[in-house]
Design a protein around this ligand. Structure first.
Ligand SMILES: NC(=O)c1ccc[n+]([C@@H]2O[C@H](COP(=O)([O-])OP(=O)(O)OC[C@H]3O[C@@H](n4cnc5c(N)ncnc54)[C@H](O)[C@@H]3O)[C@@H](O)[C@H]2O)c1
Length: 264
């Protein structure tokens, strides 16, 4: 008989919802979990892109992967994606709260209250609502987990994206509390992600010069991250392989400790 060290990493029999999985990091996580054997529902504001990405993933993994429109700041949309996933797959074992982002503030000393509230709604409160909507189904599943895409900017200063970093810091604390609330029932962990260069950096108002600098980070690996770097950590945290890990906030950021310092 041979020993299969990868068996505990297999996601066969797991039913996943991943938010914001239509592209970039979320699409990488969806592909890896699907490739490990899970059935995956991509819930994304961009429903067309979610469906297209899901079809591409299914083509390469051979496992049921679907996509649908869902605005995670809408409770109606959250309930709709939960219902659709249960109908399609028969349950939900695995939630990945991956949605998140925030704009850069030209003047961090004058961020409007609305910007803070919007950031909390997208980055923090949506993850809580998704988790609670999935909870009855997680409680019926084997190896139930909630894993969250956090950010290094929640733990290191990044003052031009202060509203985002603040909301992500709240996400860390909230989810460690949820892990304790659901002790012995559902494992809950956060991944603090470092720089993974995406089109989102330009959209958020990070100028090309700063993007160029971020592409060559002074971290312990000497490179920015790739979606699969994050996806591999997510696979560990979602799979039975991490069965003794809950309530943790782990760094997947190339060993970098600085988000960015202007004026250097
Ligand atoms: N890219 C990075 O360098 C980086 C660094 C640290 C943390 N993160 C975190 O990782 C996660 C993924 O980052 P990314 O760079 O791949 O993001 P992205 O902006 O490239 O993609 C996010 C996806 O979320 C979707 N989305 C946006 N608003 C939504 C909503 N209200 N409801 C549902 N879907 C919505 C978008 O359509 C998009 O497909 C985020 O939580 C982000 O904060 C990213």
């Amino acid at each position: 008989m041979t020993f299969d060290a990868f068996a505990a990493f297999r996601m066969t029999g797991h039913n996943v919802i991943i938010t914001g999985g239509a592209q970039n990091i979320g699409a990488g996580i969806a592909k890896t979990l699907s490739g490990a054997g899970a059935k995956v529902m991509i819930a994304d504001l961009n429903g067309d892109m979610a469906a297209k990405t899901a079809a591409e993933i299914q083509k390469v993994t051979g496992n049921d992967c679907r996509g649908m429109k869902c605005d995670v700041t809408s409770l109606d949309d959250i309930n709709a994606v939960v219902d659709a996933t249960v109908k399609a797959f028969g349950g939900i074992s695995t939630l990945v709260n991956n949605v998140g982002w925030g704009g850069r503030h030209e003047n961090p000393a004058a961020i409007a209250e609305e910007a803070f509230v919007a950031s909390y709604k997208l980055n923090t409160i949506s993850a809580y609502r998704m988790s609670m909507a999935c909870l009855p189904h997680l409680l019926k599943s084997r190896n139930p987990t909630i894993t969250n895409s956090g950010s290094m900017s929640s733990a290191a200063p990044a003052y031009d994206i202060l509203a985002y970093g603040t909301a992500k810091a709240a996400l860390n604390q909230m989810m460690v509390s949820v892990a304790h609330m659901l002790a012995k029932k559902v494992r809950v962990n956060n991944v603090l992600i470092g720089t993974v260069m995406t089109a989102g950096y330009g959209d958020a108002g990070i100028d090309p010069e700063m993007q160029e600098r971020l592409s060559h980070p002074d971290n312990l690996t000497g490179r920015p991250g790739k979606p699969e770097d994050v996806a591999n950590a997510m696979l560990w945290l979602c799979s039975p392989a991490s069965g003794w890990v809950s309530g943790q906030t782990i760094n997947v950021h190339g060993g970098g400790n600085v988000v960015r310092l202007f004026g250097k």
